[in-house]
Design a protein around this ligand. Structure first.
Ligand SMILES: [Zn+2]
Length: 168
């Protein structure tokens, strides 16, 4: 016979031989070829190794409390709030804490502004007679935000100059 590795249909024959699906007479023919063909011998050997490994492989049984432990771990995960604030969280040192406080405050302010904007976007469109009120409210909010940012800026300036080890 021709080498099974050279044609697609004969390669299937070789695979069937490895998975022991082949008719006895085909097995005999193939084994005669394998005896003289190093490539097929190597192929059959590696295929057998894979199948034997798969046969021997057993999954570990799932413990009875797997689900409850999984849900406990999921609940124990950090919240999105913690993830969001982690970059601003100071290490355990008073000096660095004071220095990063303005950053944390700025983050809070940005968050508040974001929540406010999102809330506005989600809110239903105002009726035409409410438009005047919306127009008068928005600049006021912007002004308040700007005031807060100015206050924050001043605060951070004071912190920088007050902080004894600050070289900024
Ligand atoms: Zn061969």
């Amino acid at each position: 016979m021709n080498c099974p590795l050279e044609t697609r249909e004969n390669a299937q024959l070789l695979l069937d031989y490895c998975t022991r699906k082949l008719e006895p007479e085909s097995v005999a023919t193939l084994e005669r070829h394998i005896a003289i063909c190093g490539a097929c011998r190597e192929f059959a050997r590696s295929q057998r190794a894979v199948w034997e490994a798969l046969d021997a492989w057993q999954t570990a049984p799932v413990s009875a409390d797997f689900d409850s432990r999984l849900y406990r771990r999921i609940e124990g995960q950090v919240s999105w709030w913690d993830v969001l604030l982690r970059p601003f969280r100071p290490p355990f040192s008073t000096a660095t804490m004071w220095r990063s406080l303005p950053a944390a405050a700025a983050a809070c302010l940005l968050l508040m502004a974001g929540v406010l904007l999102e809330h506005r976007a989600v809110a239903p469109a105002p009726a035409p007679n409410d438009m005047a009120q919306v127009d008068s409210v928005q600049p006021e909010q912007v002004e308040r935000t700007l005031d807060a940012m100015e206050m924050l800026n001043e605060f951070s300036h004071h912190v920088r100059t007050d902080s004894p080890d600050s070289k900024l």
